[in-house]
Design a protein around this ligand. Sequence first.
Ligand SMILES: [Fe+2]
Length: 274
Amino acid sequence: MSTVDKKYLLTTRQMATFVAQGFLRFDEFIPHDLNQAILAEFDAGVPSHAYGTPLSACYPEPSAVGRMLRRPEVQGIIQSLVGPDSLFDHHAIHIRQPREATAQGMHGDAIIDTRMAFDIQFMYFPHDVPLEMGGTLVVPGSHFRRINEMNIARYQNFIGQVPVVCKAGTLLVLHHGIWHCGRRNQTDRVRYMYKIRLNPTVRQLRLWNTDDLNDPDNNVANILGHAEPWFEDATGRLEIVNRIKQWRFLTGDDKFDVNYWLTRVENTPERVLA
Ligand SMILES: [Fe+2]
């Protein structure tokens, strides 16, 4: 895949928000005619690819899904997070029938994946999703809280959860660890959601548009220090320390900190008094 023009790359503030929340949301991002073409393609079936196929080799023309992923606005997101030569991991077209008896339990996979490197998942909503259609539910800031798949499925609702109620063409990009589920569709219409997981092939170091990296107005420490409503009573220090580590990994700045939290626990003096 060719490198996308810088103007399509994410900003530092968007990257910090991704690190803090575990996802970014782009409402009505894909144009209507392409949404319609993709919906038609879903009904016909979208051929999959082998794990680890370069994304650039996937969905050849005239694939409408391929056209969506090759849009420079989408490539800008991909290249900012996982670089220009990302790999196809897997995809799925999630279909939820009208008034199905059950919905999907809340889940995540972080317990087996303790990397600092991360995969991304796109969730693409080709048609309007009103609240009664269920949509996808995500828990902001949950991506570093390690759980084993469906172990949390007995919980139905979380303080601070975000139901993806959106217009057609909305795209979410998620850190692989985020807690999420598909909710029950209580309408008479079928609900579709396409997801694709992508792996990086390069070190995820300053891949976004870093022109504004040192702009104090970004207030990265503030974004990374933001507590989600589900955090434990005090401050959510565990999550914030994990965000600091991720930000250091992404920027290469080993001194970055929020409120001295990581620096303090890294202090193991070696100097022996004479
Ligand atoms: Fe899932």
